[in-house]
Every structure is written in structure tokens, then in C-alpha cells.
Design a protein around this ligand. Sequence first.
Ligand SMILES: C[S@@+](CC[C@H](N)C(=O)[O-])C[C@H]1O[C@@H](n2cnc3c(N)ncnc32)[C@H](O)[C@@H]1O
Length: 258
Amino acid sequence: MTDKDYVAFIEKIKRKSGIDLSLYKETQMKRRLKSLYEKKGFQSFQEFFLAMEKDKCLYNLFLDRMTINVSEFFRNYQRWNILEKKLLPRLLNGKKHIKVWSAACSTGEEPYTIAMILAQNSLLEASYILATDIDEQAIKTAQIGIYPERALKEVPLEYKTNYFQQEGSFYHVKEDIKRSVTFRKHNLLSDRFETDFDLIVCRNVLIYFTESAKKELYEKFSKSLRRNGILFVGSTEQIFTPEKYGLKTIETFFYTRL
Ligand SMILES: C[S@@+](CC[C@H](N)C(=O)[O-])C[C@H]1O[C@@H](n2cnc3c(N)ncnc32)[C@H](O)[C@@H]1O
């Protein structure tokens, strides 16, 4: 189908949901959504949208397809190890608490990883962890806090023992860890950002956005950090000119606010 078809779809989705698909990389997003509507027997974005207006389940399927919720605890373990051993002491600088934001937290593995690291270092009680995502369904799953074994592939044994309860083939995140995270629905591309964060973790979502949307986000993340605060991005999401945003590389995939 023509681009006009997709452009009109973008407009209608924006009006319906507030989600601006034009800020996501076009080829990828179009391919993902087209394969969904074709599977459901539609011929165009136009037809797909009309059907969605009448069928809430189809709309939910659309939301599920456009948000990619894959996550894991301690995803790219080496990075988390650097955060815990090298950067956390620097962030604290004598303090006993930090303010953290897990942005695009998906089903909770990432904010719970942060909570576990803080608990392991006796910092959890006084710290604040905000976890946000655009996808309400993912947030609900996060709040339940039950995961299959595959989500725990990279979890060190000590953490597994201390912070999970195994029940059959599932792992339940312990209550004190669950309680320490504040979940909220939030659209990175349109909602207001809180400020004064010591640490912002935003991983594996920037890759889906257009270059100009990414630049705007770097700017906003930088403003949301306190001085010397740290931005932690995903392993394919290096910022090439961090100084443009008042940031400086301190380790690969970690930037500090100047
Ligand atoms: C691949 S997951 C990343 C999860 C986690 N950060 C990690 O690295 O394991 C991407 C998440 O980004 C969320 N997302 C997509 N667009 C978003 C937006 N505009 N604002 C907030 N979250 C968004 C999706 O709902 C999804 O849960």
C-alpha cells in the first residue's frame, strides 16, 4: 500500500491514542504493523484502523505489536556490574540514597534489577525508583512480578537466592523489592519528565525512534539529571556527540551530566 495510507494511519492513531508513530523509524514500524494487519486479513492501514475502531481486542493487538516488550534481568550483565562496582560509589559520594528512573521499563525486569542492586548495597530503603512505560499491559505484568526462568539467564546466583522465590518453573520477585518500585504510565515522546535524577536507565527503546526524536530525548534526559548524574543506555545505543547535550562519556554506554 502507498505511503499516503500509512501517513493517514499515523494521523488517526495520534488522535485516538496520543501516540505519534511518525517519531518511530518508519520502515521498521510499517513492516511490523503491516505484517499484523495482513495476518488479520486486512488490505490496508485504512481498513485496519476502521476495524480497530470497532474492536478493542484488535486495538490492543496493535499496541502490543508496536511496543516491543522483550526484557531480561541484568540484561548485558557486564554493564550492570560496572554500574554496581564502579559507578554507584561515584554517584553516592557519601550519600545513602539515590533517585533513579527506569524509562521504558517494559515488564519490570530492569527496575527490579536496579532495586536488587540497591538492596544488595543497603541503599534500597531510602532510595526512590520510578519505572515508566507507554504500555499499560506491560506495567501490569511488572506489578505482578512473576517471571519464567529465561528472564533470569544473567542473574548472579547470589541475587537469585536473595531476591526471588521459586515456585515451580516460575520466579516471584520478593515483596520488598516489588514495593520499592513506583510504576507509572508515561510516553517518552510527549509526557513531562521529572527532574533531579541521580541515574536514568533508558535501554533498548531509543533504537526504535527517528534521529530527531532521539536528539530531543537526549536533551530532555540531560536536563532531568542532576549535575554528575548518570544516563545508562542500551548496548546498541551509543551517543556519538554527548557534549552537545551537556553529557560526557564515563564508560561505554554510560554518560554523566556536566
Ligand atoms: C525492548 S523494551 C526495553 C525494556 C528494557 N528497558 C530493557 O532494556 O530490557 C522497549 C519498551 O519501550 C516501550 N516504549 C516504546 N515506545 C515508548 C514511548 N514512546 N514511551 C515510553 N515507552 C515506550 C515499549 O512499550 C517497551 O516496553
